[in-house]
Write a protein that binds this ligand. Sequence first.
Ligand code: NDP
Ligand code: 8X3
Length: 255
Amino acid sequence: MGKIVLITGATSGFGKAAARKFGANGYDLIINGRRTERLAELAAEIGNKYNVAVLQLPFDVRDEKKVFEAIGNLPDNWKAIDVLVNNAGLALGRDFFEEASLEDWNTMIDTNVKGLLYVGKAVAQLMALRKQGHIINMSSIAGKEVYEKGNVYCASKFAVDAISQGMRIDLLRHHIKVTSINPGAAETEFSLVRFKGDEATAQKTYEGLTPLSGEDVADVIFYCATLPPHVCINDLTVTCLQQANTIYFNRDPNS
Ligand code: NDP
Ligand code: 8X3
């Protein structure tokens, strides 16, 4: 087999674009997400176009048992994972703290924090046996600065930042690279999910902007993953030209 990349959240956005990018560059792929039809479509597309092997591994990252079963029971030739793109995640709602939904909070923490930990641990165990590997955790600019009504989404991404630092320290002895990527506003299905299908509100997020695209972020992921073996990008924040931080945007067409 060629080099192997496991990508969580490959049915949309960054994960899907990353799957195409790695596939185009000859990597064999393990693709995850809950929407099995989308996984099947993507597997067929990439397999046919780039002549690489694609294994579909559907599970909900929140399901601790399923995560460890799915990764622990991979066929032996698929266990040699070179790169993990630990990307599955979401925001739900954008509400003042005292008004926000507990269900939304639980889902974000279970997915963005606990799910990322489960997948990270299951894959780190395999990488530790081979004394090599690269774990790329998808954080956010929201994991660097808190913004109004970002409360728990931001907290979940601050947690990813801390988890990445901890992993980097603890996995040092196994020669495993750990990278945290922190994108700013990117137009994927992210806002549609956050605003629960409200397309008009989702669209407002990107009004007056040329935001990052899934492909832009996939290029950054691929760049981080393909540096020489002795080089590791620990932490990388990327925004579009019109975004300075989580609050300041230039949406003025005449500026
Ligand atoms: P999308 O909504 O386009 O994609 C999210 C992906 O995550 C989907 O493939 C979805 O698959 C998967 N996913 C969500 N929940 C689960 C789950 N419980 N189990 C397995 N897979 C799951 O969003 P993006 O591509 O934009 O987001 C990817 C990551 O990037 C997220 O962690 C997000 O927080 C982060 N991010 C996004 C930014 C943006 O502005 N877009 C900026 C900074 C960070 P399925 O529904 O099929 O399970
Ligand atoms: C997504 C970016 O700024 O909408 O993580 O939280 S932001």
